[in-house]
Design a protein around this ligand. Structure first.
Ligand SMILES: *Cc1c(COP(=O)(O)O)cnc(C)c1O
Length: 404
């Protein structure tokens, strides 16, 4: 849109893009920030009819499910940060995922994905995609050879998470990009756990990048939103699907997301630094058996050195020596770190997969994917790390000699 701040994403840093990219420059008032366009509909102009005539209603203010200047502003910010041509915001991460998968596949098509994906995405893949005539194969998301072996004649799309929940497995993103190109497949990556400040998958060959904007992009645990970013051509397809499924984002939430994203780069630096420091500190604690974080020695995915040069995000997971009982005790003893699901907010949150995200599996199935008793998932906020360590020190001291 002509009234939007447009910056070349390749010659500006993420901090600058986060602040400026996409801002709507109001020609009447000169407002420094994007106004909230809380209007469902817009006066017909000669250009409105032209837009209908040319099928360009995505780009002209007509009706807010088709598009609204508050959406366009935050969409441009997301696109710039992800090094994408275009982006679309949705009412949730799941709305973005379901619209993208349906837009880019066809009846009779096949999708390759992993069991190591967000629970909602896994349920959509397992319970619903076949109802729409798409078959799905589940593979190890870190095994490029295994992924390639699962590709069939009718495969249309590869769907993975760049960094997985809760064990922080890193997808071999560059190899996946090459594989998608070789087999002429869509590569769709959910980049929620890393944010564009740590990794821009489009630079490595991904066609579409998805976020639960609920997590790091918004970052304040007060908004549910999602987005997809990619080339204009593919985003037009996803937009067309969004019109039918209906998961558009309202202007007030667009404004809140845009405002929150201005500090994304700053917040991610604090999340990454805090998580890295806590991961090393937890790894040295006698009550803890094991810590999962890309910066620790023994992290099993060597491509991290190439992919995670800007940071590894704010997540850490670790196993209590005393198993689930010790984990539950730890959660109730922490005072600064709060026990709740979700992630990516300024406040540190802790949860256990066994009684939340992975409660539908039996213990044997959990162990098979590496979720051992006592596994904790920690979303490191932006508090002072010394205070987080102090909270863990006092809480871990209450555990005593609980053994598995
Ligand atoms: C939370 C999450 C989602 C779903 O996002 P909602 O905004 O809750 O719909 C998808 N993928 C990942 C990796 C998530 O963490």
């Amino acid at each position: 849109m002509e009234n939007q701040t447009s910056l070349d994403p390749r010659s500006h840093g993420a901090g600058t893009l986060a602040v400026h990219a996409g801002t709507y420059n109001d020609p009447i008032t000169g407002a420094v920030g994007t106004p909230v366009f809380a209007s469902t509909t817009f006066l017909f102009q000669p250009e409105s009819y032209e837009a209908f005539d040319q099928g360009m209603i995505r780009d002209y203010p007509i009706y807010s499910r088709y598009g609204n200047p508050s959406q366009w502003a935050v969409q441009e910010k997301i696109a710039a940060l992800e090094h994408a041509e275009s982006a679309i915001v949705f009412s949730s991460g799941m709305a973005a995922i379901s619209a993208t998968l349906l837009a880019l596949t066809n009846r009779g098509g096949h999708i390759v994905t992993a069991r190591d994906i967000y629970g909602g995405s896994y349920n959509l893949m397992r319970e619903d995609m076949h109802q729409f005539g798409r078959s799905v194969s589940f593979v190890d998301p870190t095994d490029a050879a295994g992924i390639e072996a699962a590709i069939q004649e009718n495969t249309e799309l590869l769907f993975f998470e760049t960094l997985t929940n809760p064990l922080l497995k890193l997808a071999p993103v560059r190899e996946l990009g090459e594989m998608a190109a070789r087999h002429n497949l869509f590569l769709v990556l959910d980049n929620t756990f890393l944010s564009p400040c740590c990794l821009t998958p489009i630079d490595h060959g991904a066609h579409v990048v998805i976020h639960s904007g609920t997590k790091y992009l918004n970052g304040h645990s007060d908004l549910v939103a999602g987005c997809a970013a990619g080339s204009r051509k593919y985003m037009d397809m996803v937009w067309g699907q969004m019109l039918k499924l209906g998961g558009s984002l309202n202007p007030q939430d667009c404004s809140l997301l845009e405002r929150s994203m201005k500090t994304l780069s700053l917040r991610m630096k604090a999340h990454c630094e805090g998580a890295r420091e806590l991961a090393h500190w937890l790894a040295a604690h006698p009550a803890i058996a094991r810590v999962h974080h890309p910066d620790l020695p023994g992290y099993p995915y060597p491509w991290a050195a190439d992919l995670l040069v800007k940071g590894a995000g704010g997540m850490v997971s670790f196993e209590m020596k005393g198993g689930d009982r010790a984990g539950l005790k730890l959660m109730s003893a922490l005072t600064l770190v709060q026990a709740a699901t979700s992630l990516g907010g300024v406040e540190s949150l802790i949860s256990m997969p066994f009684n939340t995200s992975h409660s539908s599996l039996i213990e044997r199935q959990r162990r098979e994917i590496g979720i051992n008793p006592g596994l904790m998932r920690l979303s490191v906020g932006i508090e002072d790390v010394a205070d987080l360590k102090a909270d863990f020190t006092q809480a871990l001291a209450t555990i005593g000699d609980i053994n598995e």
